[in-house]
Design a protein. Structure first.
Length: 281
């Protein structure tokens, strides 16, 4: 009965053009010789290619501690795309000294399209997310591209208050996580792990490096407030110990636990004498 009530509430909201929207959040860095750039596109044109409708991107930023820095809006024409330098976003928000944090984007459709949201399938459960890409580059113009994978917890826009309340109250899921990627320890020059709490509840997690076969080799415990992040640098002495264990040693990154459902860490590393790389764990 409860599920039918929720689905009915959801469907009525969609039919009224009030589809729930969730912004996605992404890590940015403006230090360690790296710069960040947001890539946006008006994806509503994919669903309604015949509509000449401008979308509004609400771009919010949070510093490393999770403190909100503000929101700035940009307009995207039909089929439009845009690059936004994070440094420029921070300047607009009066936060130019901020070097790390989260940037979140909520793409709001034009009023003309809100009336057509009932065209979308499964109106009892339809929702709109705003995933986007981030480019990272160093001083030598080496570029790294990473797509966002997690929503900004506790934020639901565009819909009725009862439905937004229901969607915001999903309980935190705290499960241990291990990366599928294996790193050759004898080629690993440097590794930093960025643990992020995308959610609305504080939590503690262990940033760990594990042997390919499972045992924990090194760990640092961190406690994170909502939307806080911590960049953990793995000691060089630990990396050297793994190398000394013999050629072919492989390790993997893990968090115990993830603080949100898909809140995997970001990884900054140097490998085999190459340039820095930044990717998801």
């Amino acid at each position: 009965m409860r599920q039918r009530i929720v689905e009915g509430t959801h469907e009525r909201a969609v039919q009224a053009g009030r589809v729930p929207r969730r912004p996605y959040a992404h890590y940015f860095i403006e230090t360690e010789g790296l710069r960040s750039r947001v890539h946006l596109q008006n994806f509503y044109s994919t669903f309604w290619p015949g509509a000449d409708a401008t979308a509004t991107a609400h771009v919010s930023a949070f510093d490393q501690s999770g403190r909100a820095l503000g929101t700035t809006d940009v307009e995207l024409p039909a089929f439009g795309s845009m690059f936004l330098e994070v440094a420029n976003i921070l300047e607009r928000l009066g936060a130019s000294t901020t070097t790390e944090g989260l940037v979140a984007v909520d793409l709001e459709p034009a009023p003309a399209l809100r009336a057509r949201m009932a065209d979308l399938p499964s109106p009892e459960s339809v929702g709109i997310n705003t995933p986007f890409w981030m480019a990272y580059r160093d001083a030598s113009e080496n570029y790294m591209y990473v797509h966002s994978i997690e929503v900004l917890g506790g934020v639901v826009e565009g819909t009725t208050a009862p439905l937004a309340w229901h969607l915001r109250r999903a309980p935190a899921q705290r499960e241990p996580w291990r990366s599928w990627r294996l790193l050759d320890a004898d080629l690993l020059d440097e590794v930093q792990v960025v643990a992020v709490n995308h959610g609305t509840e504080p939590g503690e997690t262990g940033v760990g490096i594990f042997d390919a076969d499972g045992p924990l080799l090194w760990e640092e415990r961190v406690t994170l407030a909502p939307r806080e992040l911590r960049r953990v640098r793995v000691p060089q002495t630990a990396i050297e110990q793994w190398r000394e264990a013999g050629p072919g040693r492989q390790v993997r990154i893990g968090l115990d636990p993830l603080l949100t459902t898909n809140g995997k860490p970001y990884v900054i590393m140097r490998y085999a004498g190459g340039p820095p790389s930044l990717h998801h764990g």
